[in-house]
Design a protein around this ligand. Structure first.
Ligand code: HBI
Ligand code: FE
Length: 256
């Protein structure tokens, strides 16, 4: 571990360090997604966005955000410099803390950047944490991550995060809706994932998800659909993945 940061990798948000241009980047991205997402994002996300009042004047102050979020589900956002080690990430989730990158993309990266910045982390992830069922799922994922690390199956569990928390779709009576943060923070993917004929949209199946590799550098070729957020929690919280991991150890990945 490098010098100069605390063991949990958190840093003060220091809201004053963001420049006017950086706040403007947030507002530009916010307005673009706010126009696209009604009718595309799932209702818990849209409700969460309203309740957290993330429009504001640019990048939200985490202290204010945490007052509202904490009152709803007991989660809080903490600032980190960027990607943190897996065990640090899971330890935060297991304790209902969501680590957010404390920087924002440059104006020439509005449409895509690989590292999670404050727009992806806060706009994409945090509204879903206002939903009590999803809030419990994320905590269960953190606990499961610590276990998977110990069992050498993190590559399988990471696919669950990818195909749910980052790129998940929810089937509703009104139609297919988005709940994955990787989609919700991307204007092109918000449209593509629902409307483009190319990607496949597969019913959620835990074992299939864990056997399916993913790519991080392009629009997805496949999405997994859940029927309810409760389905996610039921498939994971309190489940012993030990027998599943043993099976996965002798099964090949599915070709993509
Ligand atoms: N760190 N800041 C940050 N954000 C993440 O999403 C993240 C991370 N470290 C590890 C990690 N994700 C992975 O372990 C999970 O996506 C599986
Ligand atoms: Fe993310």
């Amino acid at each position: 571990m490098g010098a100069g940061h605390s063991p949990d990798w958190t840093i003060p948000q220091d809201h004053g360090h963001f420049t006017p241009g950086e706040h403007q980047t947030w507002t530009t991205l916010y307005e673009r997604q706010a126009a696209l997402l009604p009718g595309r994002a799932c209702q818990p996300f849209l409700d969460g966005l309203d309740q957290l009042d993330l429009k504001g004047a640019g990048i939200p102050r985490f202290d204010d955000l945490n007052e509202r979020l904490g009152a709803l589900t007991g989660w809080k956002v903490v600032a980190v410099p960027g990607l943190v080690p897996d065990e640090v990430f899971f330890e935060h989730l297991a304790n209902r803390r969501f680590p957010s990158g404390n920087f924002i993309r440059r104006p020439d990266q509005l449409d895509y950047l690989q590292e999670p910045d404050v727009f992806h982390d806060v706009f994409g992830h945090v509204p879903m944490l206002t939903d009590p069922v999803f809030a419990d799922y994320m905590q269960a994922y953190g606990r499961g991550g610590l276990r998977a690390l110990g069992l050498g199956r993190l590559h399988n569990l990471a696919r669950l995060y990818w195909y749910t928390v980052e790129f998940g779709l929810l089937q509703t009576a009104q139609g297919l809706r988005i709940y994955g943060a990787g989609i919700l923070s991307s204007s092109s993917e918000s449209v593509y994932c629902l409307e483009d004929p190319r990607p496949t949209r597969i019913d959620f199946d835990l074992e299939r998800v864990m056997r399916t590799p993913y790519r991080i550098d392009d629009l997805q070729d496949r999405y997994f659909k859940i029927e309810s957020l409760q389905q996610l929690l039921d498939a994971t919280a309190g489940q012993d993945f030990g027998p599943l991991y043993e099976r996965l150890a002798v099964l090949p990945d599915l070709v993509i």
